[in-house]
Structure formats: C-alpha cells, structure tokens
Design a protein around this ligand. Structure first.
Ligand SMILES: [Zn+2]
Length: 180
C-alpha cells in the first residue's frame, strides 16, 4: 500500500523515532509499504518518520537503473564509523522543490537489523553513504534544511508559507533526481 509522505513543515517530521523492539507481521507490512511508497514517489530512500511513524526503520535503493537489486531494509540502524567529508547536493521527498549542499561523512560503516532478524554490518560511500546519513537524520527528527545556514532555511520556510497561504499543494515536481 502506498502511504502519504509528510511534507515540511509538518511537525511530525520533527519526532525522534523509537527503537524497534519487536519485529512483528505488522512491521514487515509497514516495511513493504515503505518500499512501495519510495518507488512510487519516486525516491531512493525513505524513513518511517516521513510517513508519520516514529520508529527507527529506513528503506533505501540508490540503484535506480535496476530497482530492487540493491534494495535494503534497515531496522534500528546505527553508524559505527565515519571517515572524511563530502559536500553533496541534498534534496528530500518531505522538502518540496528545494535542494542545498550539505556536508556529510564521505564513508561510513553501518550496523542494523533486517526484517528477517539478521544483524548486518556494511560499509557505504558516495551517494549510498550520503543517502543513509540523510535517512538516519529523519530518525532523529532532522531534515537537511536543519543542516544549512539559518538564512537559507528561513528563505525556504517563507517560500513554503507563501505556497500554503495561496492554497497551493506541497507536491514535489516529478522532474529531476529521485528524492530521499
Ligand atoms: Zn528526506
């Protein structure tokens, strides 16, 4: 089932997500819904918080040439190491029509659980690493616009307020790169 993706300034995007303590059938269903919603958007990553569900779950597929091949589903992910720095043009399914450069770690190591209760550890770099860090920020109630200058964020906030005042829907344009 495709679910609704919350858009900034929805306050639910600021929730800090809870650790998952039990992998139930409902949770597996939720993860499947997240995958469908991500591909439909279209996006390369999605956190449960973006659907208004404050649990530490992320799905990601940065390979949009072969959807499904590199799909990962992560429960309670943590970053266990960070190396280097990279500036990356970030965008978000929850932040309509806006991108900005954000500084992230260039390489990371991640530990997480999968929906079939396996513990996994893996390394990531480039877009994969950046997208993971972006999604993990969602789990802490943080958007990429919380990582840019206050001035830039204020200008964006004003633009969104104007759209809302004019009764225009906060729909992302379907052109350009898939969101995260
Ligand atoms: Zn996002």
């Amino acid at each position: 089932m495709i679910r609704e993706i919350l858009r900034y300034p929805d306050p639910r995007l600021k929730q800090s997500a809870e650790l998952v303590d039990n992998i139930t059938g409902d949770l597996v269903q939720l993860v499947d819904d997240m995958v469908q919603t991500m591909y439909d958007a279209p996006g390369i990553g999605l956190a449960a918080v973006q659907l208004g569900i404050p649990q530490r779950i992320v799905v990601l597929d940065v390979n949009h040439e072969e959807p499904g091949k590199d799909l990962i589903k992560l429960i309670n992910p943590v970053i266990t190491s960070r190396v280097g720095e990279v500036l990356w043009e970030d965008g978000c399914l929850s932040v309509v029509d806006y991108t900005a450069e954000v500084k992230r770690a260039a390489k990371i190591e991640v530990k997480a659980w999968t929906p079939d209760e396996k513990e996994i550890v893996f390394q990531a770099e480039d877009l994969f690493a950046v997208a993971l860090q972006h999604e993990f920020d969602h789990l802490d109630g943080k958007l990429f616009i919380d990582r840019i200058s206050r001035l830039k964020k204020e200008l964006y906030a004003r633009r969104v307020k104007k759209l809302l005042r004019e009764g225009r829907p906060l729909e992302p344009s379907r052109k350009g790169n898939p969101g995260i």
